[in-house]
Design a protein around this ligand. Sequence first.
Ligand code: ME8
Length: 680
Amino acid sequence: MKNAFYITTPIYYVNDAPHVGHAYTTVAADVLARYHRLIGDDVFFLTGTDEHGQKVEKTAGEKGLKPQEFVDSIVPQYKELWRLLNISNDGFIRTTEERHKKSVQHLFKVLQDKGDIYKGEYEDWYCIPCESFWTSLQLKEGGKCPDCGRPVEKLKEESYFFRMSKYEKQLLEHIETHPDFIRPESRRNEIVSFIKTGLRDLSISRTTFKWGIPVPGDDRHVIYVWLDALTNYITALGYPDTDTEKFKKFWPEENPVAAHVIGKDILRFHAVYWPCLLLAAELPLPKTIVSHGWWTIEGEKMSKSKGNVIDPAAVAKEYGVDEFRYFLLREVPFGLDGDFSKDALVNRINSDLANDLGNLHFRTINMIEKYLGGEIPEPNYDVDEKILPFNVYEPEILGLFKKYKDLMESFSFNDAIQTVWKMISDANRLIDLQAPWTLAKSEATKDKLRLNNVLGSSAQVIKASAIMLYPIMPEKMEIIWEQLGHSTHLADEKIPIEKTFWRYFAGQKIVRGPAPFPRIETERIKAKKAASAAAANQPSPPAPLPETGEGLKKVKESVNEPQTAAVDNRITIDDFMKADLRIGKILEAERVPKSDKLVKMKIDIGAETRQIVGGIGKAYSPEELVGRTVVVVANLKPAKLMGIESQGMVLAAGDVNTLKLAGFDAVDDAGKPAPGTRVK
Ligand code: ME8
């Protein structure tokens, strides 16, 4: 039987156009909805708009519109944005809908009939923009609203009250016995401390404005906007009719399935008010309330007056919808605050999507076409000892899949993405180390099988990545899926994550198409490059060179062509200088057991002696190597090759059997640069 999964976003206020913060929450909820559909769950994904309240009434008046006319003019902006961002919501709720009015009034009556609502008088400091009362203790210095910092006014009004205090103990107990109820844990602790200071009864009606749902039987009052808004989560399931299949499936009596995704600003309403209202109405509680952090813009709080509000539609149109979605979830761990900047977005696109994933996909597809007639090969692990890197082989991928699943289900999107990147980086390394372009030239059976192994493993990694990244980048992953020769759509796939399903597609014909992730060259980046080239007095950089070579050998191959003709892979002198190339002298060399290619060397690079493992054993014997002057990439992260740590790389060019080391051996000894000299 399918598991049900109910996922909601906050319903957004309509007094403003949507911005990047709203987009963030909705994209995160969409990722969860898509993930759960992918693993076969029965999903209901809800978003919507919060349309009542004094602020809306006021803004509409300022614009000379009736509140309803005003909200009707804003809601399409939200719907349009969600369409553009590929949000797959199943429901959209507006609090001005008749079904919602009926639902809220019913809930009010239920609480009233139970004796949990009473009429009293409320007096406190009130912030009109936030529609919140504050006690004097809560006010910020200077008597300002603790949320928005604006002035507050003392307000006294007749009000209906909800006996929230009555549910304090029950709520605490629920939170303590349900560790998943409030996520992340730091926020749960915050809420527990708040409850322990004592819950006050909640004022749940207003007489100071009209734009709201009337209190049943007392038209002078409208229902407090938070009671109105929170009820949306059950209205959308058909409340007050709780006897339907839909209601029972998504708001079951036992084993709850609802996850409310919200920003940390509204946690208290969701983790205290909402459960107390549900407890009073004798309705089950949601499973999880997950709150995320806050986005600032280039280090500053987003605000209209600062003019730094980011329009998500404009960003998505300029940089790509999937690229924007990826950035939002990759850049900051869910739950923590993050900073949005276009430079950070472009960096992510260029480094993660174009260089890592895009490059792996593009060159694998190209090589499968060029060397294997376009047919995806079956990796055959028996032919070869497992050559590092490991995260491209089936058991390791299965392990990563399980890890990914746990991370997605605990809302750790950023870690889930990094798990996928382990495979992607390793598959790129495998290609670099194994040099399929060289293997393809060999007639030896072993090399042919090895070629299948490398390209089959890479294709497998791409397939697994397409599946795991589909919830985040649905459009681009469909393209990759199609280019891998699938005739199905990922959106229709139901994938039991535990199975090695990604593997069995050998024999499928790849379909070549445009590169999914072209690099982005912003005017700013171009200007920066031009400036540093000019500063270094460099002639114009040469025509684009293909990206990435054969690992130990910096050799370029036609199959590694840039992803599209328009892609510019040139680098600046600054980029080049990031590579710390040093003169090294080989002190010792020995073959790595069980490998015909790898040699372990001790190389003096001036300040220290490094152990470097290089794939040069077919062209050089260890004896020939000792005493040579070579060029070493000294700031390469250490890697293990056949279990042996390599602390750098030596440069060489040519076919694996006949390659030549780059160096200065032709120079007479006296003129030879000393170990440690920087190569520029
Ligand atoms: O609070 N960073 O609506 P709202 C991250 N109607 N997320 C942000 C953000 C930022 N800078 N700014 C906004 C309301 N958000 C109520 C909700 S629910 C029953 C009623 C996101 O339009 C975040 O999800 O002010 C936050 O919780 C939500 O927008 C607030 O949206």
